[in-house]
Design a protein around this ligand. Sequence first.
Ligand code: MG
Length: 258
Amino acid sequence: MVTIKSKREIELMRNACKVVAILYDELEKKIKPGMTTLEVDKLAEEIIRREGAIPAEKGYDIGIKGIPPFPASICISINDEVIHGIPSKYRTIKDGDIVSIDTVALKDGFNGDAARTFMIGNVSKEAKRLVEVTKQAFFEGIKYAKPGNRIGDVCHAIGEYVHSQGYSVVREFQGHGIGRQMHEDPGIPNYGKAGRGIRLEPGMTLAIEPMVIAGKPNILELDDGWTIVTEDGSLAAHYENTILITEKEPEVLTILKK
Ligand code: MG
């Protein structure tokens, strides 16, 4: 079911989303080569809790036998890892890495969800272009996130832009509605046909999240049951924000207002 948030619920969504916005602002300044991914996780958890929220990914259980609940506060995926990487004390961030972080803050019953790919030190030109295209794909998509348009218009715009840049979108994972639940309807793939799917209405809150691969779109899941990597070993990037559909332009809730 697609939920339409009331005025009060929108305020609570704004508050939850602001926690994630603050988190990424701080992480951007603090992530350095030599840190382990577990150190980044601990830092992120401290910031989320300091802001009065709970890291909603910690203990998240997808309900499949044999796959343990997610053990950390953030997903952290480096280079050819696409999403859902597990923080580890054995994994060190290096100069030149691209580091994708995805997290959800739960505050007063509502979820804020966003992801960024951070460029660490001197990254290659190709990696930089991938990160920039992935971010731009989000903004190309939300040009269509207006009342009267359909969700397929957003999906189509993201896919078309990514493909026009010579990259692939991940097909097995998608954006989603968000609110009291981390994942609500509708599903929001990063490709699709314009003019299809639900009609957008003010009060909908949606997590739009291009996951882009520099090479072929095929992915693999590692034995940990979580980490998704590119099959061909090429780089991947992720950029996500939670947005609010309004009467006019969408409001991006997980970027701090200047
Ligand atoms: Mg997310």
